[in-house]
Design a protein around this ligand. Structure first.
Ligand SMILES: *Cc1c(COP(=O)(O)O)cnc(C)c1O
Length: 465
C-alpha cells in the first residue's frame, strides 16, 4: 500500500518509510492512499477471531507486499506474550457502562498495545542492516515507558525519551526509569531518559525541531515513535473491532475516548472508515480542551497547558488532528498546508463550515474538569467496587454529559495504579499492586535538562558518539 503526506498527495511512500520516518519530510502526517473496507459478511468472518488473529487480518492490509502475513502473525503473537491477560484487552460491563481495559501490558497503559509490536517490527526492518538508529520520542507519561519496555536491549537501537520534569505522576516516572525484575530487565544501556524543564508541548516541540534539522537528523540517523507514527495508530484500530464484536449484535455503537494528541480516537475514526458500525466517537478531554473547543466551535487555538490529575492528556497541540482536517477538506493537501501555515504564523485557525459539519457528523466532544473526574472515580468505586484511573473517568463522565443513550464503550487507557497517589486519595482506600509493579527496583535513571534545543542535541550527540 502507498502512503502520502497530508500536505502533499503527489509524493508516495511505502509502509516501511512511513513506519521508520514517523513524520513526513514536509512536516505533514502520513495517510494511507486507500484503506480496506469491510462489509457485513467480512465483519461476520472477523467476529470470532482471537485478538492476535484479528490484529494480523486488519494490519496485514496496511503492509501488504512488505511484511508477509505469516511473519506479521508471529511478530504480533510474540509481542503480546508480555501481557498479563490472554486476549490483550478485556471488557468489564458495570450496569450500562462498558469499560474496555487496555492496560494489561507491561507498563500499564494502552500505549503498550501498539508499542510492543512496533519494537519488534523495528527489529525486523533493521535486521539486515548494520546501521545504528536513534529513536527520539516525547512523552506525556505513558508513551515513554511503553517505548522503554519495547526497545530495551534491542540491537542497533538507542532510545531517547523526553518527559516533562515533575509533570508526570511518580509511578509513571518510576515505571519508565527503574529496573524491573518482573521482565528481568536491568536498566538498559541503550535507553536514555531525559526530564525536560518544561511541559509536554515543549518536549514535543523539541523533537519536532530535531526532526526538522536535516543535518542533525541524518547525523544521528534519527527515527520517531510518537503518536503521530501511523504504525502505532494502525495497531490501535484493532481493539475497536474486537470490543465492537463483544458488545454489539450488529447495531451501531459509540466509543468514548480520553484524548490528548488525537491518536487513539483517530484510530477509532479509521475503524469507522473501514466499515465498523460506529455511530459517534466521543472526544473526551480534561481542561486542556483544545479539541473540545475546535470540534464544537471550529476554532483551533492552542492555549497554555494546565496541569491536571490526568497528566497524560495535558497537551494543547493535538498533532494528529491534521489527519482529520485533511479528510474534512476532501483531501485537499494545499488547503491543509495553508491552515498549518496560518497556525504557525498567527497561532490559530478557523475551520470552514463544510469542514466542521463533516467533523461534527462523526464526533462529539466534551470537557471534564478535575473535580468532576474525581467525583466520577469516587462514584464508580462506591457503586461497583471498581477502580478507574483519572483518564478513564474522563471518558465515562463525558458520556454522562453528552446524554446520547446509544450503547457506548469507554476506553480505559491506564491502570489506576499508575496514578496511585491521586486515586488513593480520591477513594480513601488502598490500591492493590499490579504484578507489573511488584518487582520495580529502587534505582531510577534519568537526567534533568533545560528546555533548550542546543543542550538537548548536545546531550544526544554525546551519547551517540
Ligand atoms: C496517551 C494517553 C491518552 C491520550 O491518547 P492520545 O492518543 O494522545 O489521544 C489518554 N490516556 C492515557 C492514559 C494516555 O497515556
Amino acid at each position: 500500500m502507498n502512503y502520502f503526506s497530508t500536505r502533499n498527495r503527489k509524493k508516495k511512500f511505502s509502509f516501511k518509510d512511513v513506519f521508520l520516518r514517523g513524520l513526513a519530510p514536509d512536516g505533514g502526517l502520513f495517510i494511507p492512499e486507500k484503506i480496506k473496507k469491510y462489509n457485513s459478511d467480512d465483519l461476520k468472518r472477523l467476529k470470532n477471531l482471537k485478538y492476535s488473529d484479528l490484529a494480523t487480518e486488519i494490519v496485514s492490509s496496511f503492509c501488504e507486499g512488505e511484511i508477509e502475513k505469516q511473519k506479521l502473525k508471529s511478530i504480533i503473537e510474540k509481542s503480546y506474550y508480555t501481557f498479563s491477560i490472554e486476549n490483550v484487552v478485556s471488557i468489564k460491563s458495570l450496569g450500562d457502562l462498558n469499560i474496555l481495559e487496555l492496560y494489561h501490558g507491561p507498563t500499564l497503559a494502552f500505549k503498550d498495545i501498539a508499542m510492543q509490536v512496533i519494537g519488534n517490527i523495528y527489529s525486523e526492518f533493521l535486521k539486515k542492516s548494520n546501521d545504528q538508529i536513534n529513536i527520539v520520542v516525547a512523552t506525556s507519561g505513558d508513551t515513554g515507558a511503553a517505548a522503554v519496555s519495547a526497545f530495551k536491549q534491542k540491537e542497533n537501537i538507542n532510545l531517547f525519551v523526553l518527559h516533562p520534569h515533575e509533570k508526570i505522576s511518580k509511578m509513571q516516572r518510576k515505571i519508565m526509569t527503574s529496573e524491573n525484575f518482573y521482565h528481568s530487565n536491568k536498566i538498559s544501556k541503550n535507553i536514555f531518559n531525559i526530564a525536560v524543564k518544561g511541559n509536554f508541548d515543549d518536549c514535543q516541540n523539541l523533537v519536532k525541531q530535531m526532526f526538522n534539522d536535516e543535518q542533525f537528523r541524518n547525523h544521528i540517523k534519527m527515527s520517531g515513535v510518537n503518536s503521530i507514527n501511523l504504525g502505532r495508530i494502525i495497531f490501535q484500530i484493532i481493539y475497536y473491532f474486537y470490543s465492537y464484536f463483544k458488545i454489539s449484535s450488529g447495531e451501531e455503537i459509540n466509543f468514548s475516548v480520553p484524548t490528548g494528541n488525537f491518536g487513539d480516537v483517530y484510530a477509532g475514526y479509521l475503524a469507522q472508515k473501514m466499515g465498523l458500525p460506529i455511530k459517534k466517537l466521543i472526544v473526551s478531554t480534561n481542561e486542556n480542551d483544545i479539541l473540545q473547543r475546535v470540534i464544537n466551535s471550529g476554532e483551533y487555538k492552542p492555549l497554555k497547558v494546565k496541569n491536571s490529575i490526568s497528566p497524560s492528556m495535558d497537551i494543547q497541540v493535538a498533532s494528529n488532528f491534521e489527519r482529520l482536517i485533511f479528510d474534512s477538506l476532501d483531501e485537499n493537501d494545499q488547503e491543509v498546508s495553508q491552515l498549518m501555515e496560518k497556525l504557525n504564523k498567527e497561532g490559530s485557525f478557523k475551520l470552514k463550515k463544510k469542514s466542521l459539519d463533516y467533523i461534527q457528523s462523526k464526533f462529539y466532544a466534551e470537557k471534564v474538569k478535575d473535580t468532576e473526574t474525581a467525583n466520577c472515580i469516587k462514584e464508580i468505586y462506591k457503586k461497583y467496587n471498581f477502580i478507574v484511573d483519572p483518564h478513564t473517568a474522563i471518558a465515562i463522565k463525558a458520556v454522562e454529559k453528552i446524554k446520547d443513550k446509544t450503547k457506548t464503550v469507554c476506553l480505559a487507557t491506564a491502570h489506576p495504579y499508575k496514578f496511585v497517589e491521586t486515586v488513593e486519595e480520591i477513594i480513601d482506600d488502598k490500591l492493590e499492586v499490579p504484578i507489573q509493579c511488584l518487582f520495580l527496583g529502587p534505582k531510577e535513571k534519568y537526567d534533568v535538562l533545560e528546555n533548550n534545543i542546543d543542550k538537548i542535541k548536545k546531550y544526544i550527540k554525546g551519547k551517540v558518539e
